[in-house]
Design a protein around this ligand. Structure first.
Ligand code: FAD
Length: 541
């Protein structure tokens, strides 16, 4: 329910503010040292705002503030002055224009699902735009599918607030689907396009940002701009991977292709890291979009838990094989697992096994340690949701998540194994959660976009996706710092994915050659530095 601001008397406001303070102070999760000083905040000070339509869509009740000041990471809590629940794109334009034209501009952060882990979608003392609110006001046009069948050209126009699972379901009704996904589909289109959107499909189809034809964006000046590689291209490339710094994505045109029906999902185990990476690299070298014999998906993970070969994200191995896999883990400390998928449908039903067999010839996994599943396409893409439900039921979904995601150049991946996996992770025996390791091809990314990747043709993504209780996150955080420091000491030039830095100097290093362009784009599209302050790039105090 949307609450309206009582604007008639000062005393009513004061009463609300006091009750907000009381209700907030009682809640342990909200940090009290940054409670909004409502009457000092330009959001409230300015009478002009109170005359705008959007005033009735701003909320500062406990539930709205609590949601906007928390995220999946559950480690950072920044309290906004207010939360906008837009019912139209115009509401967002009005808010940004108002902030931009204000003598004391306030910050604004779009919040998708708030699945960031370090407060990136928060706005201390500013306004958080709850993008999901738009979903209920699209009049059936939140996701529309179009195309030219004779040319095999299809796309979906989707609101920035839409979840990928909803995009998938809507496009499947037309026998179509996006080509590049994230592992977990309950993320918003605007949120993943602000980062990159990566998964096992990236080596072949590129990240999600490489599969966008056009966007509608509301810039930091409150201008509604349609952009594409042909039109307003500077904004287009700035926004993709732009960490929310240049505008709020309200529509994206996503590339679609005919959807397959089923998936052969295979895992194979290795006890030697260099053999594991050699095989991964060989498999991703077949990566043409139209190359029929190429895989559709490739990832990799570490098995280190001596209690179970499964992790929170998926249940894969047959129960009857658990004990022999655990024996391997016990013997070697770390077992490396390649995970691949090959899609098929009625036309390829009879050839898919043969194609996989050919692909696997020459691979050097441990004999007898390959495992295969045959599942529907939607179940494959939505595989992480059952993991979420499991963690929800164990009360482990809302715990802190000190996740660390890195891109590591191929030339240093072996050093990374010795220095990080063996000398840090294995020795400290923090084996809960998932550690992902898989390579990608640089030529599937577009360097004009804001996303930052290593400067090598092949690089690896490493994801430390821990599942922990409420009290353990600082130990993991310390480990994360040690990992970054050890890489630095060893000259391994890692780039953070979903980056989190504290100083401008760190951000400069992160962007490297792209820093100047990033700054220029900020000056052009968000000159008052209003947008996405939670990234702490230009608002890092
Ligand atoms: P938010 O966290 O709400 O926002 C992220 C940033 O984008 C913020 O700075 C915000 O201000 C900005 N933003 C949000 N919406 C918009 C918009 N419409 N326009 C402009 N800026 C906007 N990532 C992957 O790439 N691959 C994965 O497989 C993957 N799996 C994940 C699994 C889980 C369980 C979780 C929690 C996260 C995962 N992520 C993955 C990370 C995810 O991509 C990021 O958290 C991303 O930010 C999307 O989350 P969100 O939609 O909730 O965005």
């Amino acid at each position: 329910m949307v609450e309206t601001f009582p604007i008639t008397t000062y005393f009513m406001l004061l009463l609300l503010f006091i009750s907000f303070l009381v209700s907030t102070l009682g809640k342990p999760k909200l940090s009290t040292n940054c409670l909004p000083s409502k009457f000092q905040n330009p959001v409230y000070q300015n009478r002009k705002l109170q005359n705008l339509d959007i005033i009735s869509k701003l909320r500062d009740d406990h539930d709205a503030i609590k949601l906007a000041s928390s995220d999946y990471g559950n480690m950072v809590h920044e309290i906004p002055a207010s939360v906008l629940y837009p019912t139209s794109i115009n509401d967002i334009e009005t808010l940004i224009k108002f902030a931009h034209n204000n003598s004391a501009p306030f910050t604004i952060a779009a919040r998708g699902q708030g699945h960031s882990v370090r407060g990136q979608a928060m706005a201390r003392n500013g306004v958080v735009v709850n993008m999901r609110s738009l979903k209920n006001h699209r009049n059936g046009f939140g996701i529309t599918v179009s195309g030219t069948p004779s040319m095999g050209f299809f796309y979906a126009d989707v609101g920035g607030e839409q979840l990928w699972i909803d995009v998938l379901n809507a496009t499947l009704e037309h026998g179509l689907a996006p080509v590049s996904f994230t592992d977990y589909l309950y993320l918003t289109v605007g949120g993943t396009l602000s980062n990159a959107g990566i998964s096992g499909q990236t080596f072949r189809y590129g990240p999600q940002i490489s599969n966008v034809y056009e966007m509608d964006v509301i810039t930091g000046e409150g201008d509604f701009v349609t952009c594409s590689p042909e039109k307003n291209r500077k904004l287009f490339y700035a926004v993709l991977g732009g960490l929310g710094q240049f505008g709020i994505i309200v529509r994206a045109r996503i590339a679609l292709e005919p959807a397959p029906k089923r998936v052969k999902w295979v895992r194979m185990l290795y006890n030697d890291f260099s053999v594991f990476t050699k095989d991964q690299e060989s498999l991703i070298s077949l990566n043409g979009r139209k190359q029929k014999n190429a895989l559709n998906y490739l990832e990799g993970l570490l098995l280190m838990d001596k209690g179970t070969p499964e992790n929170w994200r998926s249940t894969f191995f047959p129960l009857s094989d658990h004990s022999r896999i655990i024996s391997l883990v016990t013997k070697y400390g770390i077992i490396y697992c390649i995970e691949v998928a090959k899609y098929y449908d009625d036309h390829t039903l009879n050839s898919v096994d043969k194609e996989l067999q050919v692909l696997f010839e020459g691979l050097s996994f441990i004999p007898g340690f390959t495992f295969e599943k045959d599942i529907s396409y939607i179940d494959f893409l939505n595989r992480v949701q059952s993991g979420e439900q499991k963690l929800q039921s164990q009360g482990l979904w809302d715990t802190p998540h000190p996740w660390l995601n890195l891109f590591v150049p191929k030339s240093h991946i072996s050093d990374f194994n010795s220095i990080v996996f063996k000398d840090i992770v294995l020795k400290r025996n923090i084996t809960t959660g998932v550690v992902l390791v898989y390579p990608m091809n640089r030529n599937k990314w577009d360097d004009r976009m804001s996303a930052v990747i290593p400067d090598e043709d092949v690089f690896y993504t490493i994801g430390f996706l821990h599942t922990i209780g409420f009290n353990d996150w600082e130990t993991i955080d310390l480990q994360n710092k040690d990992i970054l420091q050890s890489c630095y000491n060893a000259g391994i030039e890692v780039k953070q994915y979903l980056p989190n830095y504290k100083t401008m100097e760190d951000w400069k290093n992160h962007f490297g050659m792209k820093w100047r362009t990033f700054q220029e784009r900020k000056a052009q599209f968000d000159p008052k530095m209003i947008l996405s302050p939670g990234q702490r790039i230009f608002n890092n105090n």
